[in-house]
Design a binder for this molecule. Structure first.
Ligand code: UDP
Length: 563
C-alpha cells in the first residue's frame, strides 16, 4: 500500500473512515479501500473477485481515486456515491421548495448541486395568486444558502452549490454583485449564463435586452458592454461571478434530443441535464512516471479499470430520487479526470509555463479520452448500451456505453489523500496553509517532490525552509539554480496566458468540462480579467473562474507567512 501522509490520514479519520454509533473509528484506510473495491465489484456477473482485486490495487496504490462520496458511502445502507447533480427550478413556490428539499438530501450525502435560477420571475413582479410581489431569484438563492449552511452541520461535508442566472434575466445586475459582500451566499459559486449572441453584442457595442422569463416582456435595454464590465469588475474584486458559456456547452451536448443544458455542478466540470448525476474519479498522474518518462502502458491499464469502476457505480449506487435514477441510468455519464498534472511535469522536468507542457497536456488528454472511449465501447459490447444515448454522431465507429466519459474535477480532497497536486493546477505554493476540509482546522502542506529535490541537492536547510514558509516560492532565493526555479514555479508566478492554455488543452479532449481556477496575483488589473474572460470564450472553454490572491478574507489556500 502506498504510504499515506499525516495530512491524508487526518482527513480520512475525520470524515471517511467508518465510525460506530459512539463515533469510534472502526476501519483502517486499508479496509476502506477494500470496502469500496468490493462494493463496486459486487455488480460484476463473472470474475467478481478478479475485479474487486483490480479495483483495490488501483485505490491502495493511490493511482486512481473516486470522488469523496464514493469513498465515504460505498457499501453502507443507502450509500449515495455521486458528487455532482443538477436540479431544475421552475417559476413556482412548489418547484422552488421541492428542489430545495432535494438539494438538502443531496448535501447530506456529500453531493453538490447546481441550479439555473433564470426561470424565476424577477424581483417585484406580480403574483396573480396572492396579488403580491415576487421576491426574485436572489432572495431564493439566499434561502438555499441558509439551508445549505444548516444541513452541513449534520452532513458529511460542506454542501456546495452552483447558482447560474442567464445574461438576459432582468435581475442580472443584482445577481452579478450578489457576492460583493463576503458574508452573502457563502455556500454558492455563482456564474453568469452567457450566450454567443451576448458576446457578439459586447464585441459590436450593441444594446442588450433584459427579458421577463414569464411574460417575455422586455424589461430593460442597456449596452451589452455595461453588463460585461460589471461582470469583470466584480470578478476582479471578489472572484465571483464566473461565466458559463451556454452555447459552447450545448454545441457539445451529447443528448440534444433530451433538452438543453442550462447548468453545471458546483465547480463547473459537469454540464448536466435536469436531475442528472455523475460519478467522478481521477487518475494520479504523478504515479504514471517511470524513470522520468510517462508510462503509457500503466496509464492505459489504469484508465481501463477506472472507467469500468465508474460505470459500475451507476448500477450499485443508491439514488435519492426516482428522477435522478431514471436519467442517470439511461445516459450513464461518468467523468474520469486527472490530478497531479503539475507533479507529472515536475518529474519530467518540464516547466508548467511552457508550450512543451501545453503540447503534452493535449497529447496526454487525447490518450486518456481515446482509451476511455475504447473501454466504454468494450463495456457496451459486454454489458449493453445506455438506453437513451444515441451516440453515433459523437463517436462514429462503435457505440459507447456512456454518454460522457471524461471530466476534470478540482480534486480538492482526493488529491490530498493521494498526496499530489490539485487537478491540472500548478503548484499553489511550495508550502501553504489549507483550511476548509477539516471544519475550522488548518493543515500545513509542503510539496514533497520539492522537499525531496532539495534534500538530494543538500539545500534543505533552515534558511531555505524559512524562506518557503514565508514566501511560498523560491523565486528570490539565491542558492537555487534557475532551472530548478523554473520547474518549481508556483501558481501566482505563472502568467495567466499559460493557465488558459492548459485549460484549453485539457478541454479539447474532455467531453464534459474542466474545472480550473485562474489564480492571479493581487496586482492583477481589471483589464487582465477582461482579457481572461474574453479569451476563455474565444478558446471555446465551457466556463471560466478567476481568483485574485487576497480578494477574500476567507481563502482556502494561503501562504503561511511564518517568519
Ligand atoms: N463537492 C461538494 N462539496 C465540497 C466539495 C466538492 O459538493 O465540499 C462536489 C462538487 O460538485 C464538486 C465535486 O464534488 O464539483 C468534485 O469536487 P472535488 O474534486 O474537489 O471533490 P473530492 O472528490 O476531491 O472531494
Amino acid at each position: 500500500m502506498s504510504v499515506l501522509t499525516t495530512n491524508a490520514k487526518e482527513i480520512l479519520r475525520d470524515r471517511y473512515l467508518l465510525k460506530d454509533n459512539d463515533g469510534k473509528i472502526v476501519e483502517t484506510p486499508h479496509q476502506l479501500f477494500k470496502r469500496v473495491a468490493n462494493f463496486v465489484a459486487s455488480i460484476e456477473k463473472d470474475n467478481k473477485t478478479y475485479w474487486a482485486n483490480n479495483f483495490y490495487q488501483l485505490l491502495k496504490n493511490l493511482d486512481f481515486l473516486p470522488n469523496s462520496p464514493t469513498l465515504m458511502n460505498a457499501g453502507l445502507p443507502k450509500g449515495q456515491l455521486s458528487a455532482c447533480f443538477v436540479l431544475p427550478i421552475h417559476d413556482s413556490l412548489n418547484s422552488i421548495f421541492t428542489t430545495l428539499k432535494n438539494a438538502a438530501l443531496i448535501h447530506q450525502s456529500g453531493g453538490g448541486t447546481g441550479f439555473n435560477f433564470s426561470n424565476l420571475r424577477p424581483k417585484d413582479d406580480y403574483i396573480a395568486s396572492s396579488g403580491g410581489c415576487s421576491s426574485g431569484p436572489i432572495a431564493f438563492m439566499k434561502i438555499y444558502d441558509a439551508a445549505t449552511e444548516n444541513v452541513k452541520q449534520g452532513g458529511k461535508r460542506r454542501g456546495a452549490n452552483m447558482g447560474i442566472l442567464n445574461i438576459d434575466h432582468p435581475d442580472i445586475e443584482s445577481f452579478i454583485i450578489s457576492k460583493s459582500n463576503e458574508k452573502e451566499l457563502q455556500n454558492f459559486n455563482i456564474s453568469v449564463g452567457v450566450s454567443d449572441r451576448f458576446m457578439d453584442a459586447v464585441r459590436d457595442n450593441n444594446n442588450w435586452k433584459l427579458i421577463n422569463p414569464k411574460t417575455k416582456k422586455v424589461e430593460k435595454e442597456l449596452k451589452a458592454t455595461k453588463l460585461w464590465q460589471l461582470i469583470v469588475k466584480e470578478a476582479w474584486k471578489t472572484g465571483d461571478p464566473g461565466i458559463v458559456f451556454l452555447d459552447t456547452i450545448n454545441k457539445h451536448n451529447p443528448t440534444p434530443y433530451l433538452g438543453k443544458i442550462v447548468s453545471t455542478n458546483p465547480c463547473g466540470e459537469l454540464p448536466l441535464l435536469a436531475y442528472e448525476s455523475c460519478n467522478l474519479g481521477s487518475v494520479n498522474l504523478s504515479n504514471m512516471i517511470t524513470e522520468k518518462k510517462i508510462d503509457w502502458n500503466k496509464l492505459n491499464d489504469i484508465i481501463t479499470t477506472a472507467i469500468r469502476f465508474l460505470d459500475n457505480i451507476i448500477d450499485v449506487n443508491y439514488y435519492l430520487l426516482p428522477e435522478i435514477k431514471s436519467i442517470t441510468k439511461k445516459n450513464r455519464k461518468i467523468g474520469l479526470g486527472v490530478m497531479g498534472w503539475a507533479e507529472m511535469l515536475i518529474k519530467l522536468e518540464i516547466p508548467y509555463a511552457s508550450l512543451k507542457a501545453v503540447d503534452l497536456a493535449e497529447k496526454l488528454m487525447k490518450f486518456i479520452q481515446e482509451k476511455s472511449y475504447e473501454t466504454s465501447v468494450q463495456l457496451a459490447k459486454e454489458k449493453g448500451l445506455s438506453p437513451l444515448f444515441i451516440n453515433s454522431a459523437y463517436f462514429n465507429k462503435s457505440p459507447l456505453r456512456n454518454a460522457t466519459c471524461n471530466s476534470i474535477a478540482p480534486t480538492g480532497t482526493i488529491s490530498v489523500i493521494a498526496n499530489t497536486t490539485y487537478s491540472i493546477e500548478p503548484l499553489f505554493a511550495l508550502a501553504y496553509k489549507r483550511t476548509g476540509i477539516l471544519g475550522g482546522k488548518t493543515q500545513i502542506e509542503v510539496n514533497s517532490l520539492f522537499k525531496e529535490k532539495m534534500k538530494k541537492s543538500g539545500l534543505w536547510y533552515k534558511a531555505l525552509k524559512q524562506h518557503i514558509f514565508k514566501n511560498g516560492s523560491i523565486k528570490d532565493f539565491k542558492n537555487v539554480s534557475t532551472d530548478i526555479k523554473k520547474i518549481f514555479k508556483t501558481s501566482l508566478e505563472i502568467p495567466f496566458k499559460y493557465h488558459l492554455l492548459h485549460q484549453k488543452a485539457f478541454q479539447k479532449y474532455t467531453d464534459n468540462a474542466v474545472s480550473k481556477t485562474i489564480n492571479l496575483p493581487k496586482n492583477t488589473t481589471i483589464k487582465d480579467i477582461t482579457e481572461i474572460y474574453w479569451t476563455a470564450w474565444e478558446y471555446g472553454l465551457k466556463g471560466i473562474t478567476v481568483y485574485r490572491y487576497g480578494s477574500r478574507n476567507e481563502q482556502i489556500l494561503q501562504k503561511c507567512n511564518f517568519d
